[in-house]
Ligand binder design. Structure first.
Ligand code: HEM
Length: 387
């Protein structure tokens, strides 16, 4: 890797190759393969808010993972979606977020201090994804749900294995293990209520809303798979961009009031979630195009976030934007239920880095490898030099 301080931020080849083929002058278009693409910001907002457009985009299967994920409210519409989402939608209260912020900041500081100690002993190089991003993000999900942080490494491993789907055998084993884990946690909570996490609250609400245990367990798993790797990936994407142009990092070290706008700007430019899928029920007008009934639509959030009609100088990293209506957490009824937690978590992690390792830099001798999945864009490793 050669650090290029003047050109664009580094981009992964999968995304870059895909984007190069797209004619950005047409906000709504169809590919030769028949897939509809929405890449304009106002058009995406219109489609994502349209309640006649479906999120039921999965092909049903019979494996254990198919059964679990068929209960995810992320892939449900209307009342079925609301009924399950209601179990968690108002759980991210300011008090709970403040508590989580303190815990996450402490966990990140502990891990960064260990890197600092190792650097003092002469071992400066470390993979910050493995040492900080993944463990802190999985710890955060454990604290959120109220399961023991001692289990955090297992949860993280299952979530990664489920999102990457390396081999069928490993995939199915992870699905079975994560399901068994939450089943045990739930019965333990029922036998001896403990802790202050979401699991007991969800269990109580499930009872009131007529939600069965299979749906409740699937929702716990959804929170892990939707909330763990996204945050870890974004932490890596964010840090790469800040350290690639070190003056960006130094500006935040000097003035931490810029942390919140920096996170919004980096979410706009380097979100781990580039695309969400939808299916039209009937013919659907989007901008000045009509997408026919029963069409599969990919909403390219990463490109909507660079729509020049909405963002001045859209490819530039700027902290002086008066508004930043990026779509990295989507829009409409499926707007990310964990967005407030993600913001708190990422701010806690970034502040910990700025406080504990203000002299941090990128290790220049490394190939940058993204996970190769368009949906969950993140770095496999990010080698840094601690001081
Ligand atoms: C940087 C971090 C994150 C990003 C970029 C992100 C992005 C997104 C996006 C784009 C969607 C919308 C999907 C759609 O419209 O179909 C979504 C939904 C969702 N996210 Fe996040 N997310 C993040 C963190 C989290 C966290 C921390 C949690 C929970 C702990 C979470 C839980 C969920 C859930 C449950 C949904 C489904 C919402 C629904 O369908 O009603 N996310 N997220």
């Amino acid at each position: 890797m050669v650090i290029d301080h003047v050109g664009q931020d580094p981009q992964d080849e999968v995304a870059a190759r895909f984007y190069r083929r797209i004619d950005r002058s047409r906000a709504v278009q169809q590919t030769d393969e028949g897939l509809w693409l929405v890449l304009g910001h106002p058009e995406a907002v219109q489609l994502l808010r349209d309640r006649s457009v479906s999120s039921m985009t999965r092909t049903p299967g019979s494996g254990i993972w198919d059964q679990v994920s068929s209960r995810f409210f992320m892939f449900k519409d209307a009342q079925q979606h609301l009924r399950l989402r209601r179990m968690v939608s108002d759980c991210f209260t300011p008090a709970r977020l403040a508590e989580l912020k303190t815990v996450i900041h402490r966990a990140a500081c502990d891990r960064l201090d260990r890197l600092g100690d190792r650097a003092e002993a002469g071992e400066r190089q470390a993979d910050i994804m493995a040492e900080v991003a993944y463990p802190v993000a999985s710890d955060a999900i454990c604290r959120l749900l109220g399961v023991s942080p001692a289990e955090s490494a297992f949860l993280g491993r299952w979530a990664v294995s489920l999102s990457r789907h390396t081999t069928d055998e490993q995939f199915n084993r992870s699905a079975e293990e994560i399901l068994a884990f939450f089943r045990e946690e739930l019965s333990a909570h029922r036998e001896t209520p403990r802790g202050s996490g979401l699991l007991p609250i969800m269990a109580e609400r499930a009872l009131a809303l007529g939600i069965d245990d299979d749906e409740l367990l699937a929702t716990c798993i959804l929170l892990v798979v939707a909330g763990f790797e996204t945050s870890a990936n974004f932490f890596g994407n964010m840090l790469l961009s800040l350290l690639w142009r070190r003056e960006r990092f130094e500006r935040l070290v000097a003035d931490e009031t810029l942390v919140a706008p920096a996170i919004e700007e980096l979410l706009r430019l380097h979100s781990p979630a580039h695309v969400v899928m939808r299916r039209t029920a009937g013919a659907t007008a989007v901008g000045d195009t009509v997408i026919p009934a029963d069409a599969q639509v990919a909403v390219l959030l990463g490109l909507c976030n660079r729509d020049p009609r909405i963002f001045d100088d859209p490819d530039a990293y700027r902290l002086d934007r008066t508004s930043n209506p990026h779509l990295s957490f989507s829009q409409g009824p499926h707007y990310c239920v964990g967005a407030s937690l993600a913001r708190v978590e990422l701010e806690a992690m970034l502040r910990a880095v700025l406080d504990r390792l203000p002299l941090l830099s990128l290790h220049a001798e490394q190939p940058l490898r993204w996970s190769g999945r368009f949906l969950g864009r993140g770095l496999d490793r990010l080698e840094i030099l601690a001081s």
